[in-house]
Write a protein that binds this ligand. Structure first.
Ligand code: ADP
Length: 341
């Protein structure tokens, strides 16, 4: 039997290169080998301050974006169309340990961000409990593999702990312990500040949209932070060390499939004859070339949104059947339902 893959993405704005290279590229590639399910997690998007008018629009835009880069419609679902996720999330909140939840670094980062962005905003309890709902998103489909970026490692560990605790509390081996699948580029940095990850939540200049206008993409790469002066030589390797900004541009180049160009540039760098302007030009060109067919496909799909919506409602209904089955079994195991009824 084929192994089960599951991953989710929040409809909080446009898809960026961090999402694409860190996770979505894997979504596409894994489809040929595994049973894959990918969710647009709109309930998660409500845990940070958000605009109610944009939530649905963002969900549909993300669906079309995922389809445009090669995710099959039948593998996609919208979380709020499958209410069993939240039901299982509640059950898991009684299995998750409070102490462990308080150690989630993403909660600390995001609550800090809420405080910084607005005096009036408050930190929702949902932001604190969202990793439990995430565990439900994954375990409800008994996923074997979860393709995500590095920022999700701690949440995946929590998911495994919840599965393990559930199994031992109810003396069963019901839940599979999922494993993370990283891409070759699990962490893409912001080109404006390579010390932080590329993220929508960090602000406009910290992410490059996969479907952005070519000129804008090129401009963002051309203004990428590289390094101010010469980097020191590493005594052990005898090579010049690389700044985070240059290393980030190089990993983007390689991720675009330009392995030869990447290797040539590394040689130039080691010789000390690389001009950063040239590097940026090559990287910008590679990104524009890679994303051009995505932009075309998105325009085609956007021309018939009704067809896309019908497809996704049908795929969500089909995927829901698995979630319903799991929830029924969990209710029996936990004593909520009579297994013989
Ligand atoms: P964001 O951090 O921009 O809000 P999401 O939380 O919706 O994005 O992330 C969706 C997927 O993209 C997750 O699997 C996440 O690990 C991955 N991802 C997000 N940002 C990056 C990044 N800078 N580098 C690599 N992967 C990333």
């Amino acid at each position: 039997m084929k192994k089960q893959v599951l991953s989710c993405i929040q409809p909080t704005g446009e898809m960026h290169l961090g999402n694409y290279f860190g996770a979505v590229k894997n979504y596409v590639d894994l489809q040929s080998e595994y049973n894959c399910i990918y969710g647009i997690v709109d309930y998660h998007a409500m845990t940070m301050p958000y605009d109610a008018k944009k939530l649905r629009l963002n969900s549909w835009d993300l669906i079309i974006s995922l389809m445009a880069v090669g995710v099959k419609a039948e593998n996609l679902f919208i979380q709020s169309l499958i209410p069993e996720h939240t039901e299982l999330g509640w059950i898991f909140s009684t299995v998750a340990s409070y102490g462990e939840m308080t150690r989630m670094t993403q909660f600390k980062d995001k609550s800090q961000q809420v405080k910084e962005e607005s005096k009036d905003a408050f930190i929702s309890a949902g932001l604190f409990t969202y990793p439990v709902l995430q565990a439900a998103d994954i375990l409800i489909y008994k996923a074997d593999y979860v393709p995500v970026g590095k920022d999700q490692t701690q949440h995946l560990e929590l998911t495994r702990n919840i599965a393990q605790r559930f199994n031992s509390q109810f003396k069963t081996d019901y839940f599979v312990l999922p494993e993370i699948l990283y891409t070759e580029t699990p962490k893409i940095a912001s080109t404006a500040d390579p010390t932080r990850k590329m993220s929508k939540s960090a602000g406009e200049k910290h992410w490059i949209g996969v479907f952005a206008d070519e000129k804008r993409m090129t401009k963002q790469i051309k203004s990428a932070v590289t390094d101010a002066g010469d980097m020191p030589f590493n005594q052990e390797t005898g090579k010049r060390e690389m700044s985070e900004g240059v290393a980030n541009l190089l990993q983007i180049l390689k991720a675009c499939g330009k392995t030869k160009e990447h290797d040539d540039i590394v040689d130039l760098y080691n010789e000390g004859s690389l001009r950063y302007g040239d590097l940026k030009g090559i990287v910008a060109e590679a990104i524009v070339e890679m994303t051009a067919p995505f932009r075309e496909r998105k325009a085609e799909l956007s021309a018939d949104k009704k067809a896309v919506k019908n497809q996704i409602k049908a795929s969500s209904a089909e995927i829901r059947k698995t979630a319903q089955q799991t929830l029924r079994e969990v209710k029996e195991i936990t004593g909520l339902l009579n297994p013989k009824a």
